[in-house]
Design a protein around this ligand. Structure first.
Ligand SMILES: *[C@@H]1O[C@H](CO)[C@@H](O)[C@H](O)[C@H]1NC(C)=O
Ligand SMILES: *[C@@H]1O[C@H](CO)[C@@H](O)[C@H](O)[C@H]1NC(C)=O
Length: 182
């Protein structure tokens, strides 16, 4: 009898790791949703890394995943807006450069506002409107680039080029997930 009890006890203890295994299986089920959702977007790697960066992603549904990307895109647009504000405040650059930087600062401000609007649309489940706002947010950084390249003698800053790419790709990812929702 005693050895049977020990045996049961041992079984019980041995099964503990299974609880952890089980819970990691639940996590991998959510990873599956992330993988599947992101494969439906233009930039799956960026999509996955952005979503996994947010701890709340492990319990998010598809709508939640879109919101996570939109939040990141909004913060990214805001960060570039700040970067450009600082660039614009720098001395020693040509008035022409300053003018374009000012133009671009406004554009990134509009991009941030559009992404903010997109998040508000998400809050009221207006997925089509949210997608429109996110698509608009792609265009603003592009018009900054156009403004730079239209003016000969001005060099498009490498850092801005990198920031432009990331924001545009994030917006495209958001649009991609939103199209799976509507
Ligand atoms: C956006 O996600 C990236 C990971 O792709 C992360 O490095 C970055 O810090 C995030 N930005 C914000 C503002 O959360
Ligand atoms: C630019 O120059 C002005 C006038 O010399 C000065 O007041 C201002 O603090 C400078 N700005 C920066 C960012 O260095």
């Amino acid at each position: 009898m005693a050895s049977a009890t020990h045996f049961l006890l041992a079984l019980l203890l041995l099964s503990f790791p299974y609880f952890f295994l089980q819970s990691s299986l639940f996590v991998s089920a959510d990873q599956e949703l992330i993988q599947k959702t992101c494969q439906g977007t233009k930039y799956p790697d960026l999509c996955i890394s952005t979503i996994q960066y947010d701890p709340s992603s492990s319990t998010a549904d598809k709508k939640g995943l879109a919101v996570i990307v939109l939040h990141n895109a909004t913060a990214t647009a805001t960060a570039t807006y700040m970067y450009l504000s600082n660039e614009g405040a720098k001395n020693g650059t040509s008035p022409e450069f300053q003018k374009v930087i000012k133009y671009c600062t406004d554009k990134y401000g509009y991009a941030r506002n559009a992404l903010d609007g997109s998040l508000q649309d998400m809050a009221s489940d207006q997925y089509d409107d949210a997608a429109l706002e996110a698509s608009a947010a792609v265009e603003y950084p592009k018009s900054c680039y156009d403004e730079f390249t239209m003016r000969s003698g001005l060099t498009y800053p490498v850092e801005l080029a990198q920031r432009e790419k990331v924001l545009e790709h994030l917006c495209e990812v958001a649009v991609g997930i939103l199209s799976l929702l509507s």
